[in-house]
Ligand binder design. Structure first.
Ligand code: TRP
Ligand code: ZN
Length: 884
């Protein structure tokens, strides 16, 4: 049976169950219902007659009965919006097929057959960007998760591995470059100005890793010699004119290949590795075997048009997709419930890679910020799910921060408990044991358990339970003994009211209050609901540093004095813990201020302590500037809101801005001196120079709150003198939030300067949608009418609306106008690009955690979306879960 479509039925005839389902309620796919597919597809031949408006696909599948599965008289070939022009079995036209919804069911009498199916598709009409679609005159594909079925009928599930040979033919003028997975095995001229290419991929793969690209492209070419001395040709394909912005991508690719050899012992396995950049893409990039397809955002960079953050993003995503070659392609997923098997592990691998390429502590802090800013809210809301979900209606909705980022944290915990060396023994065993297979998360855990010599019995709960564990901490001192009393609680989540305790590895240190050092870090594992850990030889109560390096993805609850936080912020030798102390200092203050618990005196005292800690950070000569920037960063509004059961976005915004202003005034001269110092650092890609640029704009954000006129003047001059996008975008970001004529002048200048560069114009939309300006909402309404705005390009849609939905003071406008704007977008976008539309539901789905007035409007906007006729499966699922 094909789990991708059909729930098991008691009468043993699952094929018929699907036909009866209501189209209005998409069926629920359950992990428990997995059954292997009845047929194997050892070989697949694809022939493409390419045209932008009409492409003819002839697929020839060699199929054989799967001895490991129950016999079935029919083969179910998935389709999505396609029709078969012709079906042949063993070379004869067949009529023994029927349609079941979108799927094609074909009766097969024997044990092995050859099936040929002809389909015709219109790539230019494919606005969903799944399957084969046109983008700027080129043709490209996106098949993960279930896009291949929009190209041809096929068992479109990740456990059906096949060897692909592909022949593609098209106009030489229109598509001078013809690319596919694997190696080029032939090419030549055809009739009427056509040409053709034949590709063969020797590695069996699931259909979601298939890719094809045809277009007018140019390449930056290079090569890499692998650890065993094989030469691999590398190409980064882009449109003519973009070639000089591909150097960083190519260098990142070569560094990734070397790093995976050095750190995980993984060698590349083809003679060719191609990357193609496309401007219309639903996500960041895709790891198709030998032919990675990337969003241009994660390929193109030069100092004039890309920020330091963009450079880091490119390195990380290039690494991520490259690392999938082993964690995803050589070992793939048995079914989509196992998505974290490849995504969690690959995110961990790209994080470790980026740590090694730059500042490890800063990278760790950035990753934790993403986790807490995106995944924690997901885990505490209506869409909470375990990293290995139990059911879904639309798999696209499960490419989540939970599956990716929490998935990475869970594997990182195994690494922390095993130590680097033993963890490597575990991953070696995993790669060896499951190479060539479609595996499960359980296979991964077992391999780490066996290879690293860990008992992960209870640890498996991290795969099945949703929700962020909460750890309450109490420190007691008695005589010369210190007792650390810990309690954990995993909160209830939708469908999971009761939870069991999970093993929580915590790296801790106890600082001597007077000696100002600690006696070595320890790793403790809290694996029960409550436990006590004792430490001897302390004359006084020490200061606790806990969850160092963010060793576990949990929230820590503790009573800690501001003095102790100031101490840790200045002295903790673990950079993450130091960052955390600064964050706790500010978050703690903001939460009490918003809760109305503070007298004026209390508020002043807290602000004074925060400013004092910041001054120490500014003056600490041992810090590098990148790290200094982290320590001077305020917690985001979302993060503060997340600490409260029910948040009032307006009040949090006001308190946070007031704190920012108080820091700007209290540290005026320190910040002036800092700005004067970093401003002199010339542009380079060195981490010192990146750090200087980070601080430059950070100082401006404080002045924007405390002294807007001064900020406007500094930002204007930073904008005018900028010789790189980091400085220019930073200055414009600050100006965009201010009420000054320079705001308009520089926004216009920026637009004129970069008109025609889509990625930079995306920034222009984002800066306005994300701005602190009081009229940001009105600006967004105007921008959606801008001639450069289009619903057809996901980058452009996200640049305006994701930036807006993440801008608390605008999105949470008290009259609900921000919610209406996002609901309107979802309704307008859903028929065009359902996958992207559904990604705008979670911001509205947070209604239970927002004060009642706003919550009611959020809910009613969700209901308005839910009531729309013909909602996509994607949006339907997200909206119904959010209301449920
Ligand atoms: N596997 C891709 C990655 O993580 C994700 C991806 C790219 C994707 N494009 C997609 C997932 C389209 C779903 C749909 O690298
Ligand atoms: Zn991935």
């Amino acid at each position: 049976m094909d789990i991708a479509r059909t729930p098991a039925t008691p009468d043993g005839n699952p094929e018929m169950a699907d036909a009866a389902r209501q189209p209005s309620e998409p069926s629920l796919i359950r992990r428990e219902d997995y059954l292997p597919f009845a047929w194997l597809v050892p070989q697949t031949l694809l022939d493409f007659d390419l045209g932008l408006e009409s492409t003819t696909v002839t697929a020839t599948l060699s199929v054989a009965r799967n001895p490991a599965a129950a016999r079935s008289p029919v083969i179910r070939l998935n389709g999505d919006g396609i029709t078969a022009a012709r079906v042949e079995v063993d070379g004869e036209e067949s009529s023994s097929w029927t349609m079941d919804g979108d799927d094609l069911l074909l009766s097969l009498p024997g044990d092995a057959h050859q099936i040929t199916i002809v389909t015709q598709i219109d790539p230019s009409a494919n606005s969903q960007l799944m399957g084969l679609y046109g983008s700027n005159g080129m043709l490209c594909t996106q098949c993960e998760a279930e896009g291949f079925r929009r190209i041809t009928f096929f068992p479109d599930r990740p456990d059906v591995l096949s060897t692909y040979s592909v022949r593609m033919r098209g106009s030489r003028a229109q598509f001078p470059v013809l690319l596919c997975n694997g190696n080029l095995t032939g090419e030549g001229e055809g009739e009427n100005g056509t040409h053709w290419a034949e590709w063969h991929d020797p590695w069996p793969k699931p259909s979601y890793l298939f890719a094809l690209v045809a277009g007018d492209l140019v390449a930056r070419s290079d090569s890499f010699v692998t650890m065993t001395g094989r030469n691999v040709a590398l190409n980064v394909y882009v449109r003519d004119g973009d070639l000089d912005r591909t150097e960083h991508a190519m260098e990142s690719l070569k560094r990734s290949m070397k790093w995976d050899e050095d750190v995980f012992g993984r060698e590349y396995d083809l003679d060719l590795f191609n990357i193609v950049a496309v401007s219309d893409f639903n996500m960041g990039a895709m790891e198709n075997k030998g032919l990675n397809v990337f969003n241009t955002k994660y390929v193109l960079a030069d100092p004039e048009t890309a920020t330091d953050g963009d450079y880091d993003g490119i390195e990380g995503v290039i690494g991520h997709e490259y690392f999938h070659n082993w964690s995803g392609n050589r070992i793939t997923c048995r079914d989509w419930f196992q998505l974290s098997l490849k995504e969690g592990f690959t995110v961990l691998r790209d994080q470790l890679f980026s740590q090694d390429m730059g500042s490890a502590p800063v990278k760790r802090i950035e990753d934790v910020r993403v986790l807490r800013g995106v995944q924690f809210p997901e885990d505490s809301g209506p869409l909470a799910h375990p990293i290995r979900p139990d059911s879904y209606r639309e798999i696209n909705n499960f490419y989540t921060s939970t599956v990716y980022n929490k998935g990475a944290e869970v594997i990182r915990m195994m690494r922390t408990m095993a130590g680097e060396q033993r963890f490597r023994q575990g991953t070696d065993l995993y790669f060896e044991r499951h190479d060539g297979e479609a595996a499960t998360c359980e296979d991964f855990v077992k391999a780490i358990e066996d290879g690293a010599g860990l008992d992960l019995g209870q640890f498996r709960l991290w795969y099945s339970q949703a929700g962020t564990p909460k750890v309450s901490v109490e420190l007691r001192h008695d005589g010369s003994t210190v007792t650390l009393a810990l309690r954990q609680q995993v909160p209830p989540t939708p469908g999971q009211p009761d939870k069991l305790p999970v093993p929580i590895p915590l790296r801790i240190a106890l600082f001597d209050r007077n000696g100002r050092t600690h006696r070595g870090e320890e790793l403790i594992v809290l694996d029960s609901a409550e436990a006590e850990f004792s430490f001897d030889g302390f004359a006084d109560m020490p200061i606790l540093s806990i969850n160092r390096g963010f060793s576990a993805p949990v929230t820590i609850e503790r009573d800690v004095s501001r003095d102790d936080l100031v101490f840790l912020a200045a002295r903790d030798d673990d950079p993450f813990a130091r960052y955390e102390a600064m964050q706790e200092l500010m978050t703690g203050h903001l939460v009490s201020a918003v809760g109305g618990e503070l007298s004026d005196g209390d508020r002043d005292a807290a602000r004074h302590d925060i400013a004092r800690a910041m001054a120490a950070v500014i003056e600490d000569t041992k810090l590098d500037d990148l790290m200094r920037g982290e320590l001077l960063l305020m917690p985001s509004q979302t993060y503060v809101a997340e600490q409260m059961l029910v948040a009032d976005p307006g009040r949090i915004h006001a308190e946070r801005e007031a704190l920012k202003a108080s820091i700007g005034s209290a540290l005026g001269s320190e910040l002036d001196a800092l700005y004067a110092r970093v401003e002199k650092v010339p542009y380079s890609r060195s981490s010192a120079a990146c750090g200087a640029r980070k601080l430059k704009t950070l100082v401006l954000t404080y002045f924007a709150a405390s002294d807007p006129a001064k900020a406007a003047q500094l930002a204007t001059s930073q904008y005018d003198r900028a010789d790189n996008m980091t400085d220019r975008q930073g200055a414009l970001m600050v100006l965009a939030g201010l009420d000054t004529v320079e705001r308009t002048v520089k926004l216009m200048d920026f637009y004129d300067r970069y008109r025609g560069n889509a990625l930079v114009i995306d920034k222009w939309f984002s800066l306005q949608a994300a701005s602190l300006h009081g009229n940001a909402l009105e600006h967004v309404k105007a921008l959606r009418e801008h001639p450069d705005f289009t619903m057809k390009n996901p980058n452009r849609v996200r640049s305006l609306y994701m930036a807006f939905a993440a801008n608390p003071h605008a999105f949470h406008a008290a009259d609900g106008e921000g919610y209406r704007l996002v609901a309107d977008l979802i309704l307008d976008l859903d028929p065009i690009n359902a996958q992207t539309a559904a990604r705008f539901v979670p911001p509205l789905g947070r209604w239970r955690r927002i004060e009642p007035g706003r919550a009611a409007i959020m809910r009613s906007e969700l209901e308005r979306v839910a009531a729309a006729p013909e909602l996509s499966r994607d949006t339907y699922e997200q909206v119904s879960r959010s209301l449920g």
